[in-house]
Ligand binder design. Structure first.
Ligand code: FNR
Length: 368
């Protein structure tokens, strides 16, 4: 289908499934074990119902926001997804260029197919970018990488904490890793095990010894805001808060890590409640992001109403560029913008600040 025929983010997935080589589709679409968590990520949004308010003069609505001090046209950022060139020859640059045009923030993956500097060179001057970090067993490599990113103007460091070992994505494992160059650049000098799928082959440098005691070291090597990506419990949310980081992402890595862990949305209520014991909410010094299964502006509005600062989308934008390159990603941003306009009008919220917990019925979600 032509790009004109695409009317929502789900459509990009259907096209990507058809146009992608089997290996790329397996790597992108797979989740761990029985793929229960990835299904739950979508299902959780369907358990939250709106409580729309009427007669509120919604002639003007505004869904722009600020994420870690950076302006964003959407309350959504592009979450890191590795190996963009498996899906399109321009790889991550599709996202960078589309993000520049629409003032959206991209989180660059450690395992991007394009090099970090290629991505930064493709960005516009002043374009806000975040960096996703897999921590290397050799901390001097990580230190150099982080400090280089900061020097080049990256505005936030998202340390992935839910992947001391990569999950078993069985669809991906069935596709033996044949190196076609797309992943070759990813990390020089790393040992590649070629028989366990793309994901495992590229991840052997990740340090499973990472722990809370390492946080002060990260603080000492960078002034960028530090966000822990992959927190799932109030206990860890409070440890993160008390460790002095600037935020957390409630994420299960798109269902790709611990299967049968709950969705970020489902964990949000208890985590915000726990953080409120440390001070007023929202807290300008501590952000709570959510990702996993977000494909509609209505999904985003539900998370924001329940206290999230902003929301990440991985596959939604990834599939958009697999199918249509940069233009696909731009279209995805426009679709979301249109959805925000309509949904906010129908919900009776003129700004994101007007979204409050009473605008949703989340009683069907798990909560203690
Ligand atoms: C990811 N994600 C991810 N996260 C991370 O911290 N480092 C990474 O390298 C990757 N790589 C990656 C590859 C692919 C193909 C996918 C689909 C996802 C997880 C990602 O940042 C995000 O948490 C999820 O994608 C969110 O779920 P949705 O939006 O894909 O449903």
């Amino acid at each position: 289908p032509s790009l004109d025929e695409i009317i929502n983010l789900h459509d990009f997935e259907a096209v990507a499934k058809v146009v992608l080589p089997d290996k790329a589709w397996a790597y992108y679409s797979s989740a761990s074990d029985d793929e229960i968590t990835i299904r739950e990520n979508r299902a959780a949004f369907q358990r939250v119902w709106f409580r729309p308010r009427v007669l509120r003069d919604v002639s003007v609505v505004d869904w722009s926001t600020t994420i870690l001090g950076q302006k964003s046209s959407l309350p959504v950022y592009i979450s890191a997804t590795a190996l963009g060139k498996l899906g399109h020859p321009d790889g991550e640059l599709n996202l960078t260029r589309a993000a520049a045009k629409h003032n959206v923030i991209q989180m660059i993956p450690t395992l991007a197919s394009c090099s970090f500097d290629e991505i930064l060179d493709a960005a516009q001057p002043g374009q806000p970018l975040f960096l996703q970090l897999y921590v290397n067993r050799d901390r001097s490599i990580t230190k150099k990488y982080v400090q280089h990113a900061e020097k080049r103007g990256v505005k936030g460091l998202f340390i992935t904490v839910d992947a001391p070992q990569l999950g078993r994505r069985e669809k991906d494992m069935r596709m033996k890793f044949v190196d076609d160059g797309a992943g070759a650049k990813v990390q020089e000098n790393m040992k590649v095990k070629k028989d366990e799928g793309v994901a495992r082959a590229i991840s052997s440098f990740i340090d499973p010894s990472l722990c809370w005691d390492d946080i002060p070291w990260f603080r000492s090597i960078t002034k960028m805001p530090i966000i822990l990506k992959g927190v799932a419990t109030p206990e860890d949310a409070l440890l993160a808060y008390d460790a002095g980081v600037q935020g957390i992402v409630l994420s299960n890595h798109g269902g790709r890590q611990l299967d049968t862990s709950r969705s970020g949305l489902e964990n949000l209520i208890d985590i915000v409640a726990a953080l409120k014991t440390r001070g007023p909410w929202p807290n300008p010094k501590f952000s709570v992001f959510v990702d996993g299964g977000v494909r509609r502006a209505s999904d985003v509005l539900k998370a924001l109403a329940l206290g999230a600062t902003a929301v990440g989308i991985g596959r939604g934008f990834l599939y958009a560029f697999c199918a249509y390159g940069q233009e696909g990603v731009e279209k995805a941003f426009r679709i979301l913008g249109d959805e925000f306009e309509m949904n906010m009008r129908l919900l009776g919220a003129r700004t994101l600040k007007e979204l409050t917990p009473d605008m949703v019925d989340a009683s069907a979600l798990h909560s203690h």
